[in-house]
Structure formats: structure tokens, C-alpha cells
Design a protein around this ligand. Structure first.
Ligand code: NAP
Length: 310
């Protein structure tokens, strides 16, 4: 019998308990799943950074921590955590992100706001957007989510280039890495999508200097993490017209304070960290599969590189 503790706050126990039990059963795992097991008996923790566990020291039998979120910046530096930390890679999460990113890219590409907000009797004809093939898109971060979004945007015929830490070769996406690679992606991105994890190396990756490398009037879409962007630099770039519009889902402080200038900015859309969520049924399968791997002596999937920070 394996003891698995569920430690999360927003991810509701009532939503997760049955799908997890079902997934464990389907994988032939005999599991006691609960929210309040004696720490020294726990084999695995299903975890979200908002949950009650902050000190892993009492969990002396622990084999792995299975994160319910893709982002791990709130736990990766926890020195009491000495067992593998696995992040969430979930098809449901990727599909949700693809839909959100594609929707916001198309909104700006087609200039939809003109007509959605222009229901005032004025016939605004004659504004034809370029075809997608003539609107290059850049994606910073070519991981699970960046690749899924890149593929969907390619299917719509946008030229897509992307940037990652390691060298990559992805069909139909122009891949870059390293400092020169970042400059190359920025130079062509009329729309830039941020899907990097938050680490020391990615904090303020978009700043006054990097924003100045983008084509004038570019659009920024950030469903990654707030501190990827230097907010003052973005506000200045919006004021000068270097950046024409931004859709921001994530912020340095969440909830975004009501007095923050982003809320009132006519060219900024704020969404409340809803770009994509882990989906219960698919995530339960991912977690059960990872526990099974551990019990079979196989390497865990999606293990966080604690040195790289993601
Ligand atoms: P992932 O699979 O770990 O991919 C991360 C990508 O970023 C990889 O391509 C990685 O390069 C690249 N990267 C990391 N550090 C870099 C650096 N210093 N320079 C260049 N590239 C770097 O992560 P994911 O699952 O796609 O998720 C990405 C992020 O999305 C999460 O960390 C989270 O912050 C955010 N997210 C937001 C929401 C939301 O609702 N807003 C939901 C889920 C996730 P390599 O490929 O070379 O490793």
C-alpha cells in the first residue's frame, strides 16, 4: 500500500480525489490517498505551491513530489526538498494554453477590437489585415506549452520562430537559442508570446533593451510569468508606440492591484492568470503514470532540473 498525500489549496480535493483514485486503480497501484497522512508514512506528495506543506523535512520516506502546476518557481528553491520534483506536463494544460494564445494572437492580428468596440453606426471598411503568412510570431520558450502553441500557429500559417535554452530542431518552427538567438527572434517578432519559466536567467528577459530590438508596433502576449517583463520598460514602450498592444495574464504581484496602470491602459488587456489550468482527468493520469514509474524503478518523467530552476 502506497501512502499519497494531496497538498493543494486551489486545486480542490473534491475535484481531484476520485479521478486520482481511478487513475491509480487503472495503473494497478494500491494507494491510500488523503490530505492528512502522518508525514513519516508518506511515499508521494501531490503538490501545489499554495498548499499546506512548506517543510518537507518530516516526510522521511518521501520518494517524489508531483507538482500540479507547470511552473515550479515557488518550490524549486525549497532546501527541505531533497527528492525528485516533477512538474506538470498535461495535455489538457497544453490544449488550454494553445486555445488562449491562439485566440489572443488572432484578436490582435485581425484587429478585432475595432469592430467589437465600433458598434456605433460608423462603417469602418477598408482595413484589411495582412495574411497570417506575413505576420511573423516569436515564442520565447519552446517547452511543452511553447511547442504546442507554435504548432497551432503554424497551422494557421503564421511564420513561427522560437527560443529555448538548448538547441532544438522542431518541424516548421525556426529554432534559436543563446543570446544571438534571442536577438534574432526579437528582431522578426511582430507578435511575441512569452512561455518561459521564471528563473534567475529569465527574470526581466523583456526589458528596455530587448524590447527595442523588436519591430516597431509589435504586440506582446504574456501567459508565462509576470516578472519575465520589466513592467516600467513595457509601459514606456507602450507610451512611445514601440509596443502597440499587450495581453498580460500573469503579473509580478497577483492579484494585480486595482491601482496598477495596466488595468486602465487602453492598449493593455489584463486577464487574471486564467490562460490555462491543469485539467483534472488528464493530470490524474500523468500523476498515476509517474508513481507507477517510481514503483517500477524507472526514472520519473518531467523531473525539474533544480540547478536550471525549471
Ligand atoms: P517547459 O516545458 O519547462 O519549457 C520551458 C521552455 O523555456 C523550454 O523550451 C526551455 O528551454 C526554455 N527556457 C528556460 N530557461 C531558458 C533560458 N534561460 N533561455 C532560453 N530558454 C529558456 O515549460 P512549459 O510547460 O512549457 O511551461 C512554461 C511556463 O508557462 C511555466 O513555467 C509557467 O510559468 C507558465 N504557465 C502559465 C500558465 C498560465 O495559466 N498563465 C499555465 C501553465 C504554465 P529548453 O527546452 O532548452 O529546456
Amino acid at each position: 500500500m502506497l501512502n499519497i498525500q494531496f497538498s493543494a489549496r486551489y486545486e480542490k480535493w473534491d475535484d481531484y480525489a476520485e479521478p486520482l483514485r481511478k487513475a491509480f486503480l487503472e495503473n494497478g497501484l494500491n494507494v491510500k490517498l488523503a490530505q492528512d497522512l502522518p508525514p513519516d508514512e508518506v511515499d508521494y506528495i501531490i503538490y501545489a505551491p499554495n498548499g499546506p506543506v512548506t517543510d518537507f523535512t518530516p516526510y522521511t520516506k518521501l520518494k517524489a513530489v508531483l507538482n500540479l502546476w507547470a511552473g515550479v518557481e515557488d518550490v524549486v528553491g525549497n532546501e527541505t526538498l531533497t527528492v525528485p520534483l516533477c512538474r506538470m506536463v498535461d495535455n489538457g494544460l497544453s490544449e488550454g494554453m494553445t486555445e488562449w494564445v491562439t485566440g489572443h494572437v488572432l484578436r490582435h492580428h485581425l484587429g478585432m477590437d475595432t469592430h467589437i468596440h465600433g458598434q456605433d453606426g460608423v462603417w469602418r471598411a477598408g482595413r484589411v489585415p495582412p495574411l497570417a503568412r506575413d505576420r511573423p510570431i516569436g515564442i520565447l520558450g519552446l517547452g511543452a506549452l511553447g511547442q504546442a502553441c507554435g504548432k497551432a500557429l503554424r497551422m494557421l500559417n503564421f511564420p513561427v520562430s522560437g527560443w529555448s535554452r538548448s538547441e532544438k530542431n522542431i518541424h516548421d518552427i525556426t529554432c534559436h537559442f543563446g543570446d544571438d538567438g534571442l536577438r534574432a527572434v526579437l528582431a522578426t517578432s511582430q507578435t511575441l508570446v512569452l512561455l518561459l519559466p521564471l528563473t534567475d536567467a529569465t527574470t526581466h528577459i523583456l526589458n528596455a533593451e530587448t524590447i527595442s530590438l523588436m519591430p516597431r508596433g509589435a504586440v506582446i502576449i504574456n501567459p508565462g510569468r509576470g516578472p519575465l517583463i520589466d513592467d516600467d520598460a513595457l509601459l514606456n514602450a507602450l507610451a512611445s508606440g514601440q509596443i502597440s498592444r499587450a495581453t498580460l495574464d500573469v503579473f509580478a504581484t497577483e492579484p494585480l492591484p486595482p491601482e496598477h496602470p495596466y488595468w486602465a491602459h487602453p492598449n493593455v488587456t489584463v486577464t487574471p492568470h486564467i490562460a490555462s489550468e491543469t485539467r483534472v482527468d488528464t493530470a490524474a493520469q500523468v500523476i498515476a503514470d509517474n508513481v507507477k514509474r517510481g514503483e517500477n524503478g524507472e526514472p520519473f518523467a518531467h523531473v525539474v532540473d533544480r540547478t536550471a530552476g525549471y
